[in-house]
Design a protein around this ligand. Structure first.
Ligand code: 5GP
Ligand code: MN
Length: 317
């Protein structure tokens, strides 16, 4: 069974590197940190390499040990967390591909299974939830620090226990953590109830530019590089803007695009409410994700990118 193989690989390895996807969210950071705490219980030497992440996650235990790079060229084991494909994995070419053994742990339905061992549960609402079962199997003690990281991933990827992927197990685990003393309301406040000034300024722009298309079933809005510069945006300041459209009555698909520096194109965020599978839409454009939250990169101007996305959305609307 894959879990046994993974445990064997971990036991064999001395130096382990943990990696995750670009523009890491709470599940990406939470799952890598949780894995680091778990592997340290197994006496492993572990590096997390995440060159850039949003300031909101700095409160998490263990972030002081996150590295921007490493001098080790060939790790015994590389583990990719919360990442659907090698292309999006930060440090993929540098640390993942050369490692002696490669493991993928994820919850994206679009995962390309790019490891030697792949443990992917597309039904899990967060990669952090995949880890809960895995840690139980490995006999890992869920400390307050480890639990805080896991609950952060679950809270951010479920929009605060809102989305349909949430299971009874999610709440059972949250209850267990509360009993242990993990401060869930504090995590909630840190990740959802505190926004940067730049994020607020960007949301004003995104709201102003919101267009209603296809009889109000689709919203489209954008942020360009100049806007990001004008508000002194930092990593993560665009988070949540795609939700502005999804929350509006009658909207099925919300599209938010933001210009990606040095790339001549836009990073696309897609969200849906009921019946459109945006992961399929994103895959048609070279990306991926989940049924109701997905993304991709599209080259071109705002108008060109908008047209390309809309022509895909129309097919499934
Ligand atoms: P977001 O809109 O929050 O950036 O991303 C939503 C979901 O889509 C996340 O689960 C993210 O991993 C996935 N996603 C975003 N962009 C891409 C992409 O370019 N490729 C793939 N495979 N998945 C993406
Ligand atoms: Mn995730």
């Amino acid at each position: 069974m894959t879990l046994d193989n993974i445990f064997e690989e971990i036991k064999k390895a001395e130096k382990i590197v943990l990696l995750t996807h670009e523009t890491p969210d709470g599940d990406a950071i939470g799952s890598t940190l949780a894995m680091k705490f778990a592997l340290e219980q197994l006496q492993k030497q572990v590096d997390i390499i995440i060159p850039k992440y949003a300031k909101v996650f700095e409160f998490l235990p263990g972030t002081d040990q996150i590295k921007k790079e490493s001098s080790i060229e060939k790790y015994d084991l590389a583990i990719a967390l919360d990442c659907a494909d090698l292309k999006r994995l930060v440090g993929g070419e540098k640390y993942f591909s050369p490692a002696k053994s490669k493991i993928v742990i994820d919850h994206h339905g679009s995962n390309t299974m790019f490891g030697d061992y792949n443990f992917v549960n597309p039904v899990a609402p967060a990669c952090c939830e995949v880890l809960i079962g895995m840690f139980e199997y490995f006999g890992i003690d869920i400390s307050i620090d480890l639990g805080t990281c896991i609950i952060t991933g679950i809270i951010t990827d479920t929009g605060g226990f809102q989305y349909s992927g949430v299971t009874a197990e999610t709440f059972e685990f949250a209850a267990e953590l509360l009993q242990k003393g993990v401060n869930i309301s504090e995590v909630y406040k840190k990740v959802f109830k505190t926004r940067t000034k730049a994020n607020f300024e960007l949301s004003k722009l995104a709201s102003d530019r919101m267009e209603f298309l296809e009889n109000g079933k689709v919203t489209f809005t954008y942020i360009n590089a100049e806007d990001l510069k004008n508000v002194n945006a930092e990593e993560g300041d665009h988070e949540g803007l795609v939700e502005l459209g999804r929350e509006i009555e009658g909207v099925e698909v919300a599209v938010f695009i933001r210009e990606k520096e040095n790339s001549n194109g836009y990073k696309v965020s897609l969200r849906s409410n009921d019946y459109v599978n945006v992961s399929d839409v994103a895959m048609m454009l070279g990306g991926g994700g989940h049924v109701k939250a997905a993304g991709c990169f599209v080259a071109g101007t705002v108008q060109e990118v908008k047209n390309k996305i809309l022509s895909e959305i129309r097919k499934v609307l």
